[in-house]
Ligand binder design. Sequence first.
Ligand code: HEM
Length: 382
Amino acid sequence: MSIGTHITLADLEADPDPILARLRAEEPVAWVPAMEMWLVTRWDDVVYMEDHPDLFSAATEPSFLGRALGQNMLTCDPPKHTRLQAIMQPPFQPGGRSGTFAANELGMMADQLLDAVDPTGFELMTDYAQPLSAGALATVLGLDAYGFDRMWSWCEGLCADLANFENDPELTAIGEQTKADLGVAIADRIASAGDDDSAISWFVLEGAASEEIVNNVRLMISGGINEPRDGIGMVTWVLLTRPDLKAQIDAAPAKLRRLIEEVFRVYSPVGTITRQATRDLELGGSRIMAGELVSGVLRSINLDESHWTNPQEIDLDRREGTHAAFALGTHRCLGEWLGRQEVRVGVERLFAHFPELSLEPGQQIEIHGFEFRGPRSVRVRG
Ligand code: HEM
């Protein structure tokens, strides 16, 4: 019997790595009945998926993303996607609003949050990483007037509905309430759009329709806050538990960038990309039928032994090319540059503020999740 037959999402949530390693070795393209999709776990096969959006469509049916957020850039293929990407990308690049924000405001935002924590003991994720991540995206989008907490509650509400695989009416209601509240804020922002350099003003200037702006801003909020937050949490946790790596960064601070890339590779905050086969095809020795859902497991290919030397090791001198934590193809992360700045500046400011930062003793830090992976809680002392 195939390995895939025994796999459940709960197993993957609890401890994905041994399952993914076995799939890579024995059944690299595996049908998982419990998830009603194929899992693709080897580097070369996921690269093939990413190189062929005509065979592996992002416009899946059913689509939880489309149902919860409305049609957006991650639920469509080229050429529709190409137009949206051209409109949406510039504010998230160094030459756009993200560039001025990272240069002039991000460090200050981090310092203000750190000034407010209790140095005798604070929870890194909720007291620092989360508001920093929410505040950064709010500012770049031009929604900062609503406050970081409101931004976070929008993110939580959208994500609750996104993960509502069993159509729980309570979660649907939370999603609807969030969309209504956020919708008013975006509509106001569109109505007052000017030459303020914010991302939403840019989208208006570029001629995006209101519905396109609303749906894609929902996508950005649901996907662009948790990951930098988890990145800050994981890089900090690694530095606090690996004195050897901390010593290397202290000796050569510029190497923090390499550490961040390695942490993204080894822990992959976003686990998968989900696509739908547009016709019958063969991949990695398995026969996939038109209409079946296919999940490229980024977490697995970032640890693929056939692509990386000692993949589980965080190696600051690794020179083996790009990892896949931001994906590799048409839908490669739009907020990649901004996200990296948030993690780098967030961690730099944290250790500048608290050079003696340490984990509160006695806690078990759990890096949890499959689709979205990160620490639940990291209690620290300044
Ligand atoms: C820093 C950590 C981040 C990680 C690890 C990450 C990861 C990813 C991945 C793997 C994808 C591809 C999804 C797929 O193909 O199905 C993606 C797409 C996307 N990400 Fe991120 N992301 C991060 C930060 C952000 C931020 C800060 C934003 C803010 C705007 C953002 C917005 C998006 C959008 C809009 C897409 C869809 C792009 C498209 O369809 O062309 N992400 N991200």
